[in-house]
Design a binder for this molecule. Structure first.
Ligand SMILES: NC(=O)c1ccc[n+]([C@@H]2O[C@H](COP(=O)([O-])OP(=O)(O)OC[C@H]3O[C@@H](n4cnc5c(N)ncnc54)[C@H](OP(=O)(O)O)[C@@H]3O)[C@@H](O)[C@H]2O)c1
Length: 281
């Protein structure tokens, strides 16, 4: 098996390549320096030349607030880029896994979303990620979609790194307490992605670490495990205005994994402990 992974310079793509390599699976990690996914010719040429059996598509426009003012670029990357990769996969008969997001849901209520629940994205980023899903579905039968949330990994910036930095600089940090979801550690998600692409169990999945928390609860755990002294002050989202609307409910049900016989991921608490060690703290 040969796998092409996009978004190699980002958090998830980096760890997917690491996981494939540890399984002795031939793979290549690509990013903008190799080709721009928004350029159809470049994309199709590169993919045809490498001729993978599987494309794991982690590249995306992920600047959620910036996207509100830059919808065209965001749509080009998340929709056109994903469609270009799907067309390339179709030409060579490859499977494709598209990484998607909790932002495709509307975020109402307090029960976990099932993969079959209606989508209702509230932000440009969420809308374009959903349109990216649709582009993949339009062209391919052999696709996997994995919706994840609150990603943290060694290669790139994320909430944990920001909290560790601010927690060392300040006595108190205000963090929102009314958005609930699951932090997700990229080595764990990479393991899940590699397990899924080995199968022919095509369709849509949720892939996150187990258990739910608020950002404030997550920040508390980061302070404790990272040995930071800052006190966490829980605040409602209304006191932390942002350009893009975030879902209050980002709970994603993992019943879809149980039904497919795919192992769930460890808890986010367990993942955070391993991440703090990976950071050398
Ligand atoms: N981060 C989260 O909390 C989160 C939550 C839910 C879902 N997701 C999804 O999970 C996936 C991985 O996220 P991540 O955090 O690993 O993202 P990331 O760290 O932002 O990495 C994305 C990578 O894609 C590259 N890229 C952007 N435009 C490109 C283009 N036109 N051609 C080729 N490559 C391009 C970026 O390069 P540049 O940096 O040079 O632009 C970057 O290296 C994405 O699909 C994202 O939507 C993420």
């Amino acid at each position: 098996m040969k796998v092409l992974v996009t978004g190699f310079n980002g958090q998830l793509g980096y760890d997917v390549v690491k996981e494939l390599t540890s399984r002795s699976i031939e793979c290549i990690g690509v990013d903008l320096q190799d080709f721009d996914i928004t350029d159809r010719k470049q994309t199709v040429d590169f993919v045809k030349n490498y001729n993978p059996d599987v494309i794991v598509h982690c590249a995306a426009y992920t600047a959620v607030d910036k996207a509100e003012d830059d919808a065209d670029t965001c749509r080009k990357v998340n929709v056109d880029g994903s469609e270009n990769l799907a067309l390339a996969a179709k030409e060579i008969g490859a499977k494709m896994l598209y990484v998607s997001t909790d932002y495709v849901y509307g975020g109402a209520g307090d029960t976990p979303f099932e993969v079959t629940d209606p989508t209702d994205p509230k932000s440009v980023y969420g809308k374009t990620k959903l349109e990216g899903e649709e582009a993949v579905k339009k062209h391919l039968d052999n696709y996997f979609i994995v919706r994840t949330s609150w990603v943290f990994g060694i290669n790139g910036n994320n909430f944990v790194k920001t909290m560790l930095r601010l927690g060392a600089e300040r006595d108190e940090l205000s963090v929102v307490c009314d958005q609930i979801g699951s932090p997700t550690y990229t080595p764990d998600l990479a393991r899940l992605i590699c397990d899924i692409v080995m199968t022919e169990k095509y369709g849509t999945y949720h892939g996150t670490n187990e258990n739910y928390c608020s950002w404030a609860e997550f920040a508390e755990a980061i302070m404790t495990l990272g040995n930071r002294k800052a006190k966490i002050k829980p605040i409602p989202s209304s006191e932390y205005p942002a350009k893009a609307q975030r879902p209050l409910n980002s709970r994603l049900s993992k019943d879809c994994l149980d039904r497919a016989g795919i192992d769930r991921l460890p808890t986010w608490q367990d993942a955070l402990e391993r991440y703090i060690k990976e950071l050398g703290l």
